[in-house]
Design a protein around this ligand. Structure first.
Ligand SMILES: Nc1ncnc2c1ncn2[C@@H]1O[C@H](COP(=O)(O)OP(=O)(O)O)[C@@H](O)[C@H]1O
Ligand SMILES: [Mg+2]
Length: 254
């Protein structure tokens, strides 16, 4: 039961290590891609601390894992050597009593040594195997993910994309922040070849309108029509190929 606990622990530790590494990498990646902004605001220290926070957690888990491994090896070795001592002790007594010959005892101890050594190696390999299983679990989760339904069902491809756009009572909140309604019953109609500018304060939902038009998200409520066809009925790849899009860069430039 001790080895069962140890195995489960090793597997979980591998999982946690992976998650923590991912968090630390994300922070580092964010910081490097926004390095100009970070410099401009002088928040290098805070960013370093954020990275250190995850590294500390990672160290904690790794130290704990090493301790568990050490404890495991120690208890196994203690058991192994104490059995040897007992075998020599009781075997020696048996030899003196004439129940056993010295060759028999030597054979017995050698066989035991092989058996125990083999078991120990086996457990060690099994531990590595379980660590790999723990680490690959996340990979299989990703592999098992199905493509978005947007790509699975084939939509309509129109003969030509004219570019009439209509938003009908469109409401939207991001799936990760359902409590914040970004768009509330937006109605607008843009005719093909018309040039328009949408103006509003930062965070008012201008980019969100474009994301909805590209079907990067679907409206929570209401409908978007392109050339009179609901966006949901159109073939998504065909639609996106017909839309020119220049996203805003994440870097703030002077
Ligand atoms: N991926 C996202 N997940 C959650 N909230 C978001 C996301 N993108 C934008 N938002 C939020 O939606 C609101 C509108 O954002 P956005 O459309 O980018 O505004 P604008 O382009 O007008 O500055 C903001 O409050 C923003 O914080
Ligand atoms: Mg924007």
């Amino acid at each position: 039961s001790f080895s069962a606990i140890f195995f489960r622990y090793q597997k979980e530790a591998a999982n946690i290590t992976q998650d923590l590494e991912a968090c630390a990498n994300e922070v580092a990646h964010d910081a490097f891609s926004l390095v100009r902004t970070i410099r401009a605001y002088g928040v290098e220290k805070e960013e370093t601390l954020r990275y250190k926070h995850w590294l500390k957690k990672l160290t904690f888990v790794n130290v704990r894992e090493s301790l568990a491994h050490g404890l495991w090896n120690m208890s196994f070795n203690t058991l192994y050597h104490s059995t040897q001592i007992l075998a020599v002790l009781f075997g020696g007594l048996s030899i003196f009593a004439g129940h056993m010959s010295p060759e028999q005892l030597t054979k017995y101890i050698l066989y035991c040594e092989w058996l125990i050594y083999a078991t120990w190696r086996l457990v060690d390999s099994f531990t590595s195997l379980l660590q790999s299983v723990g680490a690959s679990e996340r990979l299989f989760q990703w592999i098992d993910l199905l493509p978005s339904s947007q790509f699975l069902c084939k939509g309509v491809k129109l003969q030509q994309l004219r570019g009439d756009i209509e938003f009908v009572d469109v409401s939207f909140c991001y799936p990760t922040r359902v409590q914040a309604l970004v768009l509330q019953r937006v109605n607008m109609s843009i005719r093909s070849s018309e040039v328009i500018a949408i103006v509003g304060p930062s965070g008012s939902g201008k980019s969100t309108l474009v994301k909805l038009l590209l079907r990067l998200f679907d409206p929570t409520d209401g409908e978007i029509l392109v050339d009179g066809h609901p966006l949901k009925d159109l073939d998504i790849r065909w639609l996106r190929r017909g839309v020119g899009y220049v996203g805003q860069r994440r870097q703030v430039r002077r």
